[in-house]
Every structure is written in C-alpha cells, then in structure tokens.
Design a protein around this ligand. Structure first.
Ligand code: NDP
Ligand code: GDR
Length: 344
C-alpha cells in the first residue's frame, strides 16, 4: 500500500515541489486547500489529476480534525503560513494565528485523531509523522555565524516570533506525548515558482520586464542584507528525508553560502546582459522596521544524518529564475498581457 501524505500550503512554492517529489516516490498526496475557488490552485494545475484535495484552514480547528480523519495520513507536512515577513507588521495577530497557533491546531488534530496521551510510551510505530516548516527568521539578530540547531533564537519580526512558537510547540508535543514531530529550520529557498513579493523573484521579474522594454526602474530596500539562498527543489527533498529517520529531530537546511541582495541584483542583471546600476533605485519605504541583517546555515547535522546536499548554487539559481521569467514575459507579451513587477 502506498503511503499517504497530507500537505498544508500545497498552493505555495514549496507545496508544489513537495507534491511532485512525493508523487515521484509513490505517495498518495492530499493537499489542504482553503477558500472557495482559491486562485493559487493554478500553481498546481498540472498535478490536479494526481493530487486529492481537502478543504481546511489553519485557523479552523474543526477543519483540521476532519482533514486528518478523512485522509488518514502517514505523514503531514505543515507548510501553510503567511510567509511574507513584512505582512507580519501589518497584520501581526493574523500572522500569529496562522503561523503560530495554526501549528498547535494541527498538532492537536493529529493527537486527537490518533488518541495520543501523555502516558503513551516510546514506540514510534504507526504514528502520524509531522513536519513543521520552521525558518531561519527565528535566528533574527544572530548570536553566531553560521547558525546551527543549537544557535539561540532572537526573532526580529512578528513572523519570526510566531515561527518560534510553532517550532517550540512541535518540540513540546514530541516530548509531552511522544509524537513524531520534526522541524526543518530552512533558510531562504527560491525558484521560478517563488512569490513575486520576495526579493529574488521581484528582481528576476523586473530583469525580464526591463529586458523586454516593459519597465525601466526597480525599487528595492536594503541592498546590504545577506542571506543563504538555495533552490526550493533541493529543500523539499530534505523535508521528506527528515520524516524517514527512526528518531524525530530538528535540522538546519541551507547551502552555507552568504550573498547580499546587491549580489543577487548584480548576478540577475548580468544574466540578461544588463547593467544593474542603470536600473536599481533604493526606496527607504521598503526597509523593514527591524531587519535581519545576515543569515548563513551550518547544515552539518543534516548533511551527515540525512545525506542531504544542495545541487544548485546561487549563480545557477538566479540565472535559472531570470531565464524562466524572460521566457514567461515574452509569452505574455505575445498574448498581449502586461507584465507587472512586484511593488512590495
Ligand atoms: P508560500 O507563501 O509560497 O505558500 C504559503 C502557503 O500557505 C500557501 O499555499 C497558502 O495558501 C498557505 N496558507 C496561507 N494561509 C493559510 C491558512 N490560514 N491555512 C492554510 N494554509 C494557508 O510559502 P513557501 O512555499 O515559500 O513556504 C512554505 C512554508 O515554509 C511556509 O510556512 C514558510 O513560512 C516556510 N518557510 C519558507 C522558506 C522559504 O524560503 N520559502 C524558508 C523557511 C520557512 P493560499 O493559496 O490559500 O494562500
Ligand atoms: P525573507 O525574504 O524576509 O528573508 O523571508 P525576502 O526575499 O522578502 O527578503 C530577503 C531580504 O531582502 C531584503 N530586501 C527586500 N525584500 C523584499 N521582499 N523586497 C524588497 O524590495 C527588498 N529589498 C531588500 C529584505 O529586507 C530581506 O533582508 C523569506 C520568506 O520565505 C520567509 O517565509 C522565510 O521564513 C525566510 O525567507 C527564511
């Protein structure tokens, strides 16, 4: 019998790559979908015939219990979240509800349906395995570089604070009820499917629009921010590997390479034979109230225990995204659609 996986956030970047990866591994894949006629279903349009869907929302406990009862998953991947960090200063309560309390609701749904209690002992056989999408944003104002599973958290945004809650409550349910729950502390990962509001995709969409003469300027915030950027397709492999271990644990996933937003701009414009300095302007309104200045992963635990390695480096990643966006923009122009770069 093939294993059953339930993915929250299946309409997101990671959800779409994870669904493809699990289907290729022979899983029956279910996606939790919220909202009537969710327009982001288009991201997984090509998988519609292979993936099953169940209605639900991380702010609705009842819907999560129903989803677990219906799907009877072997593995649950909780990728659902409001993932754009600046949104968390605009709607901190909502972000905390979804990204923090939503994790608790899913853990409770699994616990209720599985009948787990504090008295349950050691065996992990037959337990629903739970993956929580934790984030390098939890490190925030970093205490050390690079950051490992043992680095202390100092989140800098309501998003990071809510993710830290999700992280700790997953660990707490593992320790309190013997649940099989793991957190992947993933550093930034990107792809041609990345949302247009995130800086890499904002840059590559703008490069494409500038290349085709549809746009001239690109406004950005802090060009000095440093991140450890990898390819989303590599990172979903790590999520799956984490749930295949005998004992649940938390793992940092990243490339170990540091690049600034300025590097991202330079590489992306160069990939389209453009000079970034002619087009990029800094807009102070895009600088965050509290910035995470620098992040870099120490993934030695994952590399050793999961035998995981990233396969795409930063230049390849940015170049892949630029080429994909130029092709897409050219297609849209031919159909008469106007490409708009992100305004965030
Ligand atoms: P996306 O923003 O692309 O996708 C987010 C997903 O969450 C969407 O499918 C969205 O569905 C869903 N969602 C939003 N609100 C709810 C809700 N109330 N109930 C259920 N689902 C909801 O994010 P990514 O794919 O990039 O990231 C996946 C996860 O990994 C997120 O939790 C993110 O915080 C985390 N993460 C991401 C990193 C990255 O670099 N990409 C790094 C570290 C962590 P809808 O279509 O309905 O809006
Ligand atoms: P981040 O990603 O906040 O790290 O969260 P984002 O791409 O939004 O920002 C990265 C860095 O770039 C700087 N920056 C800009 N960012 C955006 N979006 N727009 C701009 O114009 C701009 N100019 C400079 C930012 O200040 C920041 O320092 C992502 C999300 O996927 C989270 O959900 C996830 O948890 C973390 O990565 C790890």
């Amino acid at each position: 019998m093939s294993r059953r996986a339930l993915i929250t956030g299946i309409t997101g970047q990671d959800g779409s790559y994870l669904a493809e990866h699990l289907l290729a591994q022979g899983y029956q894949v279910w996606g939790l979908i919220r909202g009537q006629a969710n327009p982001r279903r288009s991201r997984i349009a090509r998988l519609m015939s292979e993936v099953s869907f169940v209605d639900g929302d991380l702010i609705d406990q009842r819907s999560l219990v129903s989803a677990i009862e219906l799907v009877q998953p072997d593995e649950v991947y909780n990728l659902g979240a409001i993932s754009f960090v600046p949104m968390s200063w605009q709607q901190p309560e909502l972000v905390t509800e979804v990204n923090g309390m939503g994790v608790l609701r899913m853990l409770e749904a699994i616990r209720m349906v599985s009948g787990l209690s504090a008295s349950r002992t050691a065996s992990k056989d037959g337990l629903i395995r739970f993956y929580q999408a934790s984030s390098s944003e939890m490190f925030g104002k970093v205490a050390e570089t690079p950051q490992s599973e043992d680095t202390i958290f100092h989140p800098r945004s309501p998003y990071g604070v809510a993710k830290a809650y999700g992280h700790y409550i997953t660990k707490n349910y593992r320790e309190s009820f013997g649940m099989y729950g793991v957190s992947g502390i993933l550093f930034n990962h990107e792809s041609p499917r990345r949302g247009a509001e995130f800086v890499t995709r904002k840059i590559t969409l703008a490069v494409a629009a500038i290349k085709l003469g549809l746009q001239d300027k690109l406004a950005l915030g802090n060009l000095d921010a440093v991140r450890d950027w990898g390819f989303a397709g590599d990172y979903v492999r790590a999520m799956h590997l984490m749930l295949q271990q005998d004992d649940p644990g938390d793992y940092v996933i990243g490339t170990g390479e540091m690049h600034s937003v300025r590097d991202a701009v330079r590489i992306a414009f160069a990939a389209a034979d453009l000079d970034w300095e002619e087009h990029v302007v800094v807009d102070p309104a895009l600088v965050r109230p509290a910035e995470v200045e620098t992040l870099c992963a120490d993934s030695r635990r994952a590399r050793a225990a999961l035998d995981w390695e990233p396969s795409v480096d930063f230049t390849e990643l940015m170049t892949m995204m630029v080429h994909s966006d130029i092709e897409q923009a050219a297609r849209e122009r031919d159909y008469g659609d106007v490409l708009l770069a992100a305004a965030w």
